[in-house]
Design a protein around this ligand. Sequence first.
Ligand SMILES: O=c1ccn([C@H]2C[C@H](O)[C@@H](COP(=O)(O)OP(=O)(O)OP(=O)(O)O)O2)c(=O)[nH]1
Length: 212
Amino acid sequence: MVWIKSERKKGVVKGRTRSIPVKYLVEVIVNFNKDTQERTTRLLTLDSNDIDFYIEKNNKHQAKQRKPLELEIKIKYFDENYPPLEDIAVGDLIDLRSRERIEYKKGDSFIIPLGVAMHIPNGWRADVSPRSSTFKKWGIIQTNSTGKIDNSFSGDEDEWGLPVYALNDGVIEKFDRVCQFEVIKKQPKIKFNTVKSLNNPSRGGFGSTGTK
Ligand SMILES: O=c1ccn([C@H]2C[C@H](O)[C@@H](COP(=O)(O)OP(=O)(O)OP(=O)(O)O)O2)c(=O)[nH]1
């Protein structure tokens, strides 16, 4: 990592030309998104006067980078007695509860109010899915397989919900932990490029590789 004086930005030396004075090809970080940890970079050719090589600063910088990513999520509870969600270790999913007691009959489909609204940071979204024991405990299945929570679903009345279908009669008690969620990076902006051929061999799918 180097400091580029003229740009007042950081960069990485990618190469060196043999001309005198020596020129360096430097990849400059022009934008760094703290939420997604994504960098936007640009290549520049510079001579050494434009660059400070700073090994020590670089080490400190790398130490900072090694800190695990921590996301702060604003959360609003719809019931003051809802047990607050706790900080979690990296990668663990977080259980969510039903805000109310719900009695249901076999064949009912309904949305379980999950008692929370959140502002998922820019660049992220959340996926809601059942716990592994949800069907066994309540005989319900999630009708949309996975709930996709957009980061724009962040208003005061945007309470998360779990749409379900009941395969038997049952009761969900207030604050039962019925599902779980995780945050996921949003996919990048996608540009479609229409072609006549993809120029790759077709591998086949839908069971084509057999069972053994
Ligand atoms: O299981 C879910 C699915 C969605 N949502 C919330 C979050 C999401 O951001 C919002 C809108 O969801 P989606 O984009 O799936 O629905 P829509 O666009 O309003 O309706 P559809 O696409 O079904 O017409 O509803 C939930 O709380 N739980």
